[in-house]
Design a protein around this ligand. Sequence first.
Ligand code: IMP
Ligand code: MG
Length: 221
Amino acid sequence: MPARNIRPYSLFPVLYSLLSRSLFCTASHPTPRRLRDTVCMSTLTYQGHEVLYTRQQIAERVAEMGAQITHDLNGEKLVMIGVLKGAAPFLSDLARAIDADATFDFVAVSSYGKGQRSSGAVKMIKDLDQPIEGKNVLVVEDILDTGLTLAYLRKLFMQQHPKTLRIATLLDKPSRRIEKIEADYVGFSIPNLFVIGYGMDYAERYRNLPDICLMGPNEPA
Ligand code: IMP
Ligand code: MG
């Protein structure tokens, strides 16, 4: 049909459908549906949880990150510092994707309570085993959220005068940032959602899910 024959009211059903879809999405499934539009989610589930990134997508992205880090190291040595517990699976996979002379260290901090909300305060529970002065340091984190944890750690580590200090995070939630901090290497940037799996927990559960999944809105606190 030629364009001049389209009557304005013939577009009403299309507009109505778009409007009602967006209203429905917001009202009944706030995060998953909006997220599906944003990041082209599949409809996969694992143990009843909606999958945000499959193990295959994670592996591919981690391999790319490892190649980039290897390139940037330019043949120099590396100390990888994992932030326990969430970053353990990521560090383990990332380390094997980095072609360099690397050692591991781990710190543990607490910033979250038992549920989804941060207490706001960061506390060191386990410090570094080895000094990092003059070393190339890569801090490995599962999620950069408010930035409180990494800002606290960066400040602490910089006091030891490493040669370089870079940050690799698997996930980044830029919309949640309180502290001014960015990672040098980001796996995936996501909207404000609570995720579980591949090291990430809800009240210490779900860390062993092999995929990154969404925390359902009806999960018990
Ligand atoms: P930040 O200090 O707010 O940047 O967050 C630090 C830590 O909070 C992360 O390393 C995670 O351990 C945890 N966290 C933030 N968002 C999530 C999430 O969506 N799922 C699980 N843990 C999260
Ligand atoms: Mg963490």
